[in-house]
Design a protein around this ligand. Structure first.
Ligand SMILES: [Zn+2]
Ligand SMILES: [Zn+2]
Length: 260
């Protein structure tokens, strides 16, 4: 009889490591069980401020938006072992939640939000102003082409500025800029580093925790391309995560071996 793989052995995150020339990966462990408990909370409470007491809920953090036009989101849980041998759970949502990057009880983004907001505040008005000027200029005239080019340059400058804020860490104690750690071919996709898996591995490395398992599920209205469905589990994505997880997971195998 064919034995079906248990979720424990299911590979949930990984990527090719350029330094070692091999693939590093992590399995689910019992993270899926913890995800089911989180799903139950989301189902019953319809909010994600898991640490807020009853009556003190933040109206910005309800799950209503996930079932609307703006659609659902990935959530992830990582089971870790702390230095004292105790177990720790880390939780993450992908990207921002309702425009918010940092929420108590959830993994922070990989970059410093203060610097991010400063760069944004600097560039955003310029992009807006250029957009207005473009609207009032005769389409495809020399001036229009000039303005459109300026706007293109500005958004490239923004992307470079943002990517420079992401410093990835791994389990060998190394730090590397996103652009240097990225092992994919072609450009770095927008949103790279903002998925659950990179946020969780980064938090674990920063806090000296050893990841034992990771699981991610989708919650809310299915995505536009219909590749994500409510309540389903998915491994880390191939386009944005795999190209950086090779670096981010480097050193973890040794750590797991040592701890047995
Ligand atoms: Zn991803
Ligand atoms: Zn490696």
């Amino acid at each position: 009889m064919q034995q079906k793989k248990t979720s424990q052995e299911e590979r949930s995150a990984g990527g090719f490591c350029l330094d070692c020339g091999v693939e590093h990966a992590l399995n689910e462990g019992d993270a899926r069980l913890h995800c089911r408990a989180l799903m139950q909370f989301l189902e019953e409470e319809e909010r994600i401020d898991i640490l807020a007491a009853k009556g003190k809920e933040d109206p910005q953090l309800t799950t209503a938006g996930l079932f609307s036009q703006s659609r659902g989101k990935m959530f992830g849980i990582m089971v870790c072992r702390a230095a004292d041998g105790s177990e720790r759970l880390l939780r993450a949502f992908s990207g921002q939640y309702n425009g918010i990057w940092e929420i108590d009880g959830w993994a922070p983004p990989i970059f410093d939000t203060g610097t991010f907001n400063r760069i944004y505040a600097d560039i955003e008005p310029q992009v807006k102003q250029l957009g207005q000027e473009i609207d009032f200029t005769v389409h495809h005239s020399a001036q229009w082409r000039d303005l459109t080019e300026q706007r293109r340059q500005l958004s490239r400058q923004w992307m470079r500025g943002i990517h420079a804020l992401y410093t990835l860490r791994n389990f060998r104690g190394q730090k590397r800029l996103l652009a240097d750690a990225f092992a994919g071919s072609g450009g770095i996709p927008t949103g790279t580093g903002d998925c659950c898996a990179p946020k969780l591995f980064n938090q674990a490395a920063c806090e000296n925790l050893t990841p034992l398992g990771l699981a991610e599920f989708y919650w809310g209205r299915e995505n536009v391309s219909l590749t994500r469905h409510h309540g389903h589990f998915y491994p880390s994505c191939a386009g944005k995560c795999a190209p950086i997880l090779g670096f981010m997971l480097c050193g973890l195998d040794k750590l797991l071996l040592r701890q047995g």
